[in-house]
Design a protein around this ligand. Structure first.
Ligand code: SAM
Length: 413
């Protein structure tokens, strides 16, 4: 059974019926389709596709219901908000034609084509190439070929998102095991004038081609990928892009600056993971006029709440020397029952630590385990949100702290 069967009138009817049934008991769904006269193979294919479409909604929103997927293709596909942003940047750089080497099910190709770029997707796997062609019908062309031998000379730019999985489907971390392999990608960087490469967010900065820009991207606080912008597509050494509700906020820098180190303060910032992984904590600290409490730790302290979209901000109520016993007593005295635990520079397991606290109260608090000037500390705090220029603090369950009153800062550090 292949994709073409799902695109016949019978296949489309089976897929429509499967869409209504997917998400429930799979055996009951298969039985319902068969009793409606759908042949078993077609019923199974329709249910698989309908299930993948449901799962794909997290990455593609409503459009998932018209796209086709393979399981591996969906897992590796770029979510649409990220692909769209990359495509917009290519357009802004003057790219009008693009070779997408290893296009998978076509998520990046689709975004680039919609942005007005003429795209040719190159895909080595036959099933995946068929799926990409169905997704790109009327929008981009798909060539089933090995990217390593594809002629890219007629294109303004090349995009490559190498597969980071073994043939058994397990993730690979060594770029040498990427497909197409990393030495091919490095060779491309040396010979094509404009290249963008999607890599894992943990990609080793030391392997970034000379002169390339590394952009770390997060979506709703989850760091999802890095793009290496090579050749004339690079504009700065490092960039962190934070996408929140589809809006992009960026921070740029060298990745080599050191933030000032100083004492704890009344406000503590947890920079977005994209900022931290891009090595832009110093640049972040400058945006809020802050300092780090320890040269190795990416929490930023300030004395006043400066609005930012590039990290979370907490109003600090106490900075306590770290002690489980003392902390337990403090939290019980405040009737705390729910604790959000964040940590940087602490080896503790938050889940175990939460159990060890044995809290039974009715209020909630944020607890940040970290180090200041080398000493382990426990920071008690309340998250602050900055909406429309207004600062608001507080956990709904404990009434929060009004930042205008100023935090109670334990100076006994
Ligand atoms: C990470 S996926 C691409 C996902 C795609 N960017 C998207 O968002 O849908 C990588 C794809 O490259 C394909 N691939 C791996 N080696 C290839 C090669 N040598 N030539 C062409 N395609 C290749 C794999 O089959 C896989 O579908």
């Amino acid at each position: 059974m292949d994709l073409q069967d799902l695109r016949t009138p019978d296949g489309e009817a089976a897929l429509a019926a499967a869409t209504d049934l997917a998400g429930g008991d799979p055996l009951a769904a298969a039985a319902a389709l068969r009793s409606a006269g759908v042949p078993p193979d077609l019923a199974a294919a329709a249910l698989t596709q309908a299930t993948l479409r449901r799962q794909a909604a997290a990455k593609f929103g409503a459009e998932a219901s018209r796209l086709f997927f393979t399981r591996a293709g969906l897992e590796q596909a770029t979510r649409s908000v990220v692909a769209r942003r990359r495509a917009d940047r290519l357009v802004a750089a003057g790219v009008r034609s693009l070779a997408d080497l290893g296009c998978g099910i076509g998520a990046d190709a689709l975004a680039a084509a919609r942005a007005g770029i003429r795209v040719v997707g190159v895909e080595i796997d036959e099933t995946t190439a068929t799926v990409a062609a169905a997704n790109g019908a009327g929008l981009f062309e798909v060539v089933r070929a090995d990217a390593t031998t594809f002629d890219v000379s007629g294109f303004d730019a090349v995009f490559c998102d190498p597969a980071r999985r073994s043939t058994g489907g397990r993730r690979v971390f060594d770029p040498a095991a990427y497909s197409p392999p990393w030495d091919f990608v490095e060779g491309l960087a040396a010979r094509v004038p404009r290249l963008a490469v999607k890599v894992a967010p943990g990609f080793d900065h030391a392997r970034v081609p000379a002169g390339a820009e590394t952009e770390l991207v997060s979506v709703d606080r989850d760091v999802v990928e890095a793009t290496l912008w090579c050749g004339s597509l690079a504009t700065v050494p490092r960039r962190a892009t934070v996408l929140r509700a589809g809006v992009a906020f960026s921070l740029t820098g060298s990745g080599a600056s050191a933030a000032p180190v100083g004492p704890a303060g009344g406000y503590l910032y947890d920079p977005d993971g994209a900022v931290v992984r891009a090595g832009l904590v110093a640049e972040f600290a400058a945006t809020v006029g802050g300092r780090i409490g320890d040269p190795t730790i990416a929490y930023v302290w300030t004395d006043s709440p400066v609005p930012t979209t590039l990290g979370r901000c907490f109003a600090v109520t106490d900075v306590l020397p770290f002690s489980l016993k003392r902390l337990r007593a403090e939290l019980r005295a405040r009737d705390v029952g729910t604790v959000e635990i964040l940590k940087r520079g602490s080896a503790l397991d938050p889940a175990q630590f939460r159990r060890d606290l044995r809290l039974r109260g009715r209020t909630s608090i944020s607890l940040l385990l970290t180090r200041v000037a080398g000493a382990h500390v426990a920071v008690l705090a309340t998250p602050i949100t900055f909406e429309g220029g207004q600062t608001s603090a507080g956990n709904p369950r404990d009434g929060g702290v009004d930042p205008r009153e100023g935090p109670v800062h334990d100076a006994s550090l």
